[in-house]
Design a protein around this ligand. Structure first.
Ligand code: FE2
Length: 293
């Protein structure tokens, strides 16, 4: 006799084979080909992402159309600030690369070095970041992702109470004029597009209510109630605290890797590589996010 249909049966997603990336954080997903996956499989991948803070799928073959289709499962794709580095036919696909084609760089080189969360200087920072590896050097160019929920949870209760009410002043202009690589003055249009914003230092995840330490760095200009020196020292201290080895997953890239992390509860950074010896090409996509609280 057939079992009666139930709502829970209708909502049941395929069970994915996974393993944790680091302690209780992140998941590597096995046995899913993203370019040909069924709707149910993709829904299960999205669910795994929201549960784990980061996901990794290796051995993928994704052209720009497939990348946009996949990232759209997570929400509305977000455009990029420096449009000269996007694929001309695909404005949502941004290239990180040291490759030169017809005398021009096809992507931005050495972007994303220094602990941060993407678009922290926007009113609504991107919810997630996806990187797809097209060409990778045999050494260097690692991506490190820090579990800022674990970092927050590990703080003494009194310290958490002190930090809970603090707001952080983020500025894209400040970031672009002071960073280590690709420093530049913004055009009036770029300035108008990214006015300064205030975000909480401790961010609540809208899907699960968990709190994360969310200092970012680079874009921080100050903290109301503290002097600039105190504010920057506090951010430096918290970034150093939250990026200790026990909270960090270090990803060593292989061609075909898809790595995605949830910017609402992580920070990330990249490491350098020998760019005279090797070519690197990564495709990055973003998904729109909400106002942090
Ligand atoms: Fe980044």
């Amino acid at each position: 006799m057939n079992a009666p249909a139930t709502h829970s049966a209708e909502l049941k997603l395929p069970v994915l084979e996974t393993r944790k990336l680091k302690n209780n954080f992140g998941a590597e997903i096995f046995g899913v080909d993203l370019a040909t996956a069924s709707e149910d499989e993709l829904a299960a991948v999205v669910a795994a992402f929201h549960l784990n803070g980061a996901i990794l799928l290796r051995g993928q073959t994704m052209d720009p159309d497939a990348l946009v289709r996949f990232v759209s499962q997570f929400g509305q794709p977000e455009k990029h600030t420096l449009t000269e580095y996007t694929i001309p036919t695909h404005p949502f696909v941004y290239r990180l690369s040291n490759r030169i084609r017809d005398g021009k760089p096809i992507g931005i080189h050495n972007d994303g070095v220094g602990w941060h969360t993407d678009y922290s200087y926007k009113q609504e920072p991107v919810m997630c970041t996806m990187l797809y590896a097209v060409e990778v050097p045999p050494e260097g160019a690692d991506t490190l992702v820090a579990d800022m929920v674990a970092a927050y949870d590990s703080l003494p209760e009194e310290r958490r109470r002190e930090l809970d009410p603090l707001q952080v002043h983020h500025s894209y202009q400040h970031f672009m004029e002071t960073r280590d690589f690709n420093r530049r003055k913004l055009t009036p249009e770029q300035l108008a597009d990214s006015p300064d914003v205030m975000h909480p230092l401790i961010r609540t995840h809208p899907a699960n209510g968990r709190k994360a330490l969310w200092p970012s760095s680079g874009t921080v200009k100050g903290i109301p109630g503290l002097s600039t020196e105190e504010a920057l020292a506090l951010v430096d201290e918290l970034v150093a605290y939250g990026t200790q080895e026990q909270f960090v997953y270090r990803h060593k890239w292989q061609v075909g890797d898809v790595l995605m992390w949830d910017n609402r509860c992580t920070m990330h950074t990249g490491t350098l590589f020998d760019d005279q010896k090797y070519i690197r090409e990564m495709h990055r996509l973003w998904v729109k996010g909400d106002r942090p609280y």
